[in-house]
Design a protein. Structure first.
Length: 270
């Protein structure tokens, strides 16, 4: 068969598949799964919330330099299919900090046990305080208040800081750089130590660019948390849309060999 004939056949097949899926979505079904009652939801969960920011070339990064590039290398009109080449700095967008990120020989992102990527979500809300003080931090008192209201931190939990910073992601206020230092909330080292010593949490998460607050000069929380084999998540979205307790976080970690972290698709079953 000639090359042009092959390409025309591929285009016809792709168009027919696209029409099929459009029809399936319009009726709410595809391969027998309904849009209103997803069979994959775990028992006790009725909805899913996306916790991931959309990655793009202007997404803010800790050092202020671009961390994502996308170049189209094939187009449907010309080649019969679409394809892009990506350049991604590991710690860009909603992403994971693997233990290897802040240790000489820690666990790489592809080695994180898969059972740790499904976690009870505990949301520590400091948004009101952060609105008044960009340098505020999650403290042991915040953790104790959460425990008083919701009970012990569950084994394997992800303890997440909700500071309200996700709403600033498309502005310079997300980095909040004053020419000398950045200003945004994070975990105080004493809260980090409390989680290490008194809980079996596997991960901590923030809606900012760093587990440590922006003005940190020593990355104390990174150096305390990650070398223990636990991991972190930075730049979470939509923490204001999930409950303080009861949700389950699904962490779609990347799996490139030897990685110190990487962008992740993360969502919460509520």
């Amino acid at each position: 068969m000639c090359d042009i004939c092959v390409m025309d056949a591929v285009k016809t097949k792709m168009l027919s598949r696209r029409q099929f899926f459009k029809g399936s979505l319009a009726t709410g079904t595809a391969f027998g799964v309904t849009a209103t009652a997803t069979l994959a939801l775990a028992d006790g969960h009725g909805a899913v919330t996306d916790m991931t920011h959309t990655l793009h070339p202007n997404f803010p990064t800790y050092f202020g330099t671009p961390g994502f590039e996308m170049e189209m290398t094939a187009t449907f009109a010309t080649d019969g299919f679409n394809n892009n080449s990506l350049m991604i700095v590991e710690h860009t967008g909603t992403h994971i900090d693997a233990p290897l990120h802040f240790s000489a020989d820690g666990v790489a992102v592809d080695e994180i046990p898969i059972e740790q990527l499904i976690a009870p979500l505990c949301v520590i809300d400091i948004a009101a305080r952060a609105a008044e003080d960009a340098d505020t931090q999650v403290t042991p008192d915040d953790l104790r208040a959460w425990i008083a209201d919701h009970g012990d931190v569950p084994d394997g939990a992800c303890v997440a800081m909700h500071s309200g910073w996700a709403g600033k992601v498309d502005s310079d206020d997300f980095r909040n750089f004053d020419g000398t230092a950045q200003h945004f909330p994070g975990f105080h080292i004493e809260a980090t130590q409390m989680l290490l010593e008194e809980t079996n949490a596997n991960s901590i998460a923030v809606d900012t660019l760093s587990l440590d607050h922006g003005i940190s000069a020593d990355f104390a929380t990174h150096y305390a948390w990650l070398p223990t084999g636990r991991f972190g998540i930075e730049c979470l979205a939509n923490l204001n849309r999930v409950p303080a307790s009861g949700a389950t976080l699904i962490i779609g970690a990347p799996k490139h060999r030897g990685g110190s972290g990487g962008p992740a698709r993360i969502f919460a079953m509520v």
